[in-house]
Structures are given as structure tokens and as C-alpha cells.
Design a protein around this ligand. Structure first.
Ligand SMILES: C[S@@+](CC[C@H](N)C(=O)[O-])C[C@H]1O[C@@H](n2cnc3c(N)ncnc32)[C@H](O)[C@@H]1O
Length: 352
């Protein structure tokens, strides 16, 4: 099979496939998708009762704003798992991200099955995928896949659909990895698709953990904690009187940070699911750790720097690992007044 289809237009600028217009039924769940894509779909399916699933609070908030602006009424749920939504949807529409993580796509297909009512319909609308990926994955879970007509319109050619028949056990996609820093004890971490970093300990995180300075009894903020590795290693050094606040905008990451903190014996901790670092007490942390994402033109890294300053006590220490010290250097100095850069494993750890 060599029908490889790549369309240049984003879904939000394409007409909805006629099959989607004809087959979508209330109640509908829309899985992921950008705010513009979800708004576009809901505007065309006017009157449909819809619930929108997102993994990240930042995306969830942007989607709520977008829907409010367009006067679309739909509930937006930010959850760790799609199958945390109540089962019983008549249709589920998945809008996979351009170039998104393969394992997350497999996981969403698996979980979508479990929120459909019997004979419910699962639709995947994708403008750019390798056309062999989704048919094969859908077949594994749903048995039978309805492929787009070969000579269909551009949009029509990227819609696939399946019907939920029978039942199947829930299959969790996750990878557990084991990490040791220096002479410290070995820790196990559970990771799931859609979280950083899936299936392995990040090199930047290791570079950060080798340099960070933690004293017994420290209050540590793990900013953008992912599955919680850095906070767990900090907790080993802070000891039983220490405290760790794990913060992430990704709800699945937050769930895993809690699970991993408990499993690795972190004595005192809280997890805050937030995209604006709301929740932890300002001016109260001895150490803030950050390994910010590189996307969004460093805007998240900049926000992390500003919020870290507000969270630290006057003597508190900030450690941020990056491959882009030049982009962040000015803001770092402006915010903290002084600082050092330590090189480790090809990364820069900005310390103040
Ligand atoms: C590069 S990962 C680092 C994860 C983990 N700390 C590590 O070192 O492996 C960056 C993390 O920041 C989180 N993040 C992105 N934007 C955020 C925001 N606005 N607020 C909080 N966390 C955010 C992402 O979900 C991701 O888990």
C-alpha cells in the first residue's frame, strides 16, 4: 500500500469530511486537538453535545477561551487519562497532533475504546499521517477499520472510523525505568505516553540532578516536574524533614509525579497541576529546580524564571538546566541580579 497522503492545510482550515458530519452523534467526546481545530469541528457540528478531553491545563484553558469566543458550548475536561471520562459516548473523535508522539496515539486509541458505548463510533481525523499507522493500530483495538475512499476529497481521505463491538480488558501503556545518581540509591519511575520523558531519564535532568545543591530539611519546588524524577532525587537529600512541591501543567505528569514520589518514599510532598505555578506558597522555597521545555520560543522558560524568583526565600537557590543559556541569560540576570553557569554533560545549569 503506497497511498501516502500529506496535506498542507491544518485541519482547522479544511472542510469537515462529509462522513464526520453524517456520523458524529451526541454525546460526542473530542480527544485532544488544538483549540482552533476543536472550535472548527464544534462550529460545524452545531447543536451536538460535546466533551473535550485534554491532558494539559495550558491547552485546556486556551480551548475554553477559544470556545467562549466562538460561543460554542462544550465541557472541557483536563484529565490524566481519557478513560477517566465516564463510558457511554455515542461517538469519539480523535484529532491527533501533527508529528505528535506515536505512543500517545496508540494510547488514545486504546483508551477511546473504553469510553464508547456498545456500537459507538470512533473517528480519527488526521490531515497528515502516514496512512499505514492508524489503520494498523485501529485494527488491533477495534478489529475492523473503515478506510477513506481512495478518490475522496482531501479531507475525506484522512478520516477513518471504527465501531466498538464486544468488550476488551483495559491495557495500560507505560514504561518503568530505573535511575541512580552517583552513589545514591536506585529509584524506579513509571512513565506514560504524553509525559516527559517517556521511558527514560532525560540527559538534561541528570545534568541538573548532579549539580543541584540540596540541604537536609530543604523545601524544594520541582517546576515542570514531568514524572517527578528531579524532585524525588532532591527528596533523598532533603531527608524526612524536607518537603517537595511538584508542579506541572500536564495532568498525566502530575498523577505520575505523585505515584513516583509515593513509590520512592518521599516523606512530605504536594503536587500542583497548574500552568501558572499557582498553589505553592510564594517566598517559601529553599531551592527551585527547572528543566523547562524548549517549545514556545522560551516563553515557558521565561515564566519559570520569573515565578521561581517569587517562590524562593531571599537566600533560596535556583537551578535551571538548558541548552539555550544565551536566550535566557539576560532575563536570568535581570531577575536574580547575579548567577553562575555550570557546564555538565553538554548542558548549561544556570544557578543563582
Ligand atoms: C523538559 S520537561 C522536564 C520534565 C522533568 N522535570 C525532567 O527534568 O525530566 C518540561 C516540563 O514542563 C512542563 N510544562 C510545560 N509548560 C508548563 C507550564 N506552563 N507550567 C508548568 N509546567 C509546564 C511540561 O509538561 C514538562 O513536564
Amino acid at each position: 500500500m503506497t497511498r501516502r497522503k500529506r496535506t498542507a492545510l491544518p485541519l482547522s482550515q479544511q472542510p469537515l469530511p462529509v462522513t464526520l458530519l453524517a456520523k458524529a452523534r451526541s454525546p460526542l467526546a473530542i480527544v485532544l486537538g488544538s483549540p482552533a481545530e476543536v472550535r472548527h469541528v464544534l462550529a460545524e457540528l452545531s447543536g451536538i453535545e460535546a466533551t473535550c478531553f485534554q491532558l494539559d491545563h495550558f491547552q485546556g484553558e486556551r480551548l475554553r477561551e477559544e470556545l467562549a469566543t466562538a460561543n460554542c458550548s462544550a465541557e472541557v475536561c483536563v484529565l490524566a487519562d481519557l478513560w477517566d471520562l465516564p463510558a457511554g459516548f455515542a461517538s469519539v473523535l480523535y484529532l491527533p497532533a501533527r508529528g505528535g508522539e506515536r505512543e500517545l496515539k496508540i494510547d488514545m486509541i486504546e483508551q477511546a475504546y473504553h469510553i464508547l458505548r456498545p456500537h459507538g463510533l470512533f473517528l480519527v481525523w488526521s490531515a497528515y499521517e502516514d496512512e499505514e499507522f492508524f489503520p494498523a493500530q485501529l485494527k488491533k483495538v477495534f478489529g475492523k477499520v473503515h478506510l477513506p475512499p481512495q478518490e475522496g476529497s482531501r479531507s475525506e481521505s484522512s478520516l477513518l472510523w471504527c465501531v466498538r463491538e464486544g468488550d476488551r480488558p483495559r491495557r495500560r501503556h507505560e514504561i518503568t525505568f530505573q535511575v541512580k545518581i552517583g552513589e545514591g540509591p536506585s529509584c524506579r519511575f513509571v512513565s506514560r505516553p504524553g509525559t516527559f520523558s517517556y521511558g527514560r531519564f532525560d540527559d538534561g535532568a541528570r545534568a541538573l540532578c548532579e549539580i543541584m545543591e540540596i540541604e537536609a530539611g530543604d523545601r524544594v519546588l520541582d517546576l515542570g516536574c514531568g514524572v517527578g524524577t528531579n524532585g524525588v532525587f532532591a527528596a533523598q537529600r532533603a531527608g524526612e524533614h524536607g518537603y517537595i512541591a511538584f508542579v506541572d501543567s500536564n495532568q498525566r505528569a502530575c498523577t505520575l509525579a505523585a505515584l513516583n514520589a509515593r513509590a520512592n518514599g518521599v516523606a512530605k510532598f504536594d503536587v500542583f497541576a497548574t500552568s501558572t505555578v499557582e498553589g505553592p506558597e510564594p517566598d517559601s522555597f529553599d531551592v527551585v529546580l527547572a528543566n523547562p521545555p524548549y517549545y514556545a520560543n522560551s516563553t515557558i522558560a521565561q515564566m519559570f524564571i520569573r515565578r521561581a524568583k517569587q517562590m524562593l526565600t531571599p537566600q533560596g537557590k535556583f537551578f535551571l538546566v538548558t541548552r539555550q543559556p544565551r536566550e535566557l541569560g539576560d532575563l536570568f540576570l535581570e531577575t536574580f541580579g547575579q548567577g553562575d553557569v555550570v557546564e555538565n554533560r553538554g548542558y548549561a545549569i544556570m544557578c543563582s
